[in-house]
Design a protein. Structure first.
Length: 109
């Protein structure tokens, strides 16, 4: 019996630079495909969202690092980052990093 797929299982990809993780994604998904029902079009953005909403300092920090290193920030991620700036479960450092990313995105627009 297959369980519903969760991006939590892909969180360790955040430990690599996002370009490397994108290249490793097919192999990682292939390893999971026997155990989980996988959605079509698995992408890295839901992984970043999962990490940012996990309330884990470790995973949210790695997701922020990806974003700081140039991972594409769209409207959905900008909205989530704006929420992160107010999320008291995140450290002040993480909230400030999120605020800088939102500011950077606004200045690019």
């Amino acid at each position: 019996m297959n369980e519903e797929f969760s991006y939590v299982w892909l969180l360790p990809l955040l430990e690599k630079p996002f370009e490397t993780a994108a290249l490793d994604l097919p192999d990682t998904v292939g390893a999971l495909s026997g155990k989980y029902t996988l959605p079509a079009g698995i992408a890295l953005q839901p992984l970043v969202i999962t990490a940012l909403t996990s309330h884990s300092e470790y995973w949210s920090g790695l997701a922020l690092k990806w974003l700081e290193d140039g991972f594409p920030i769209d409207v959905e991620l900008t909205t989530l980052l704006a929420h992160c700036t107010e999320d008291q479960t995140l450290s002040q450092s993480r909230r400030h990093r999120a605020r800088r990313l939102v500011g950077r995105k606004k200045s690019e627009s």
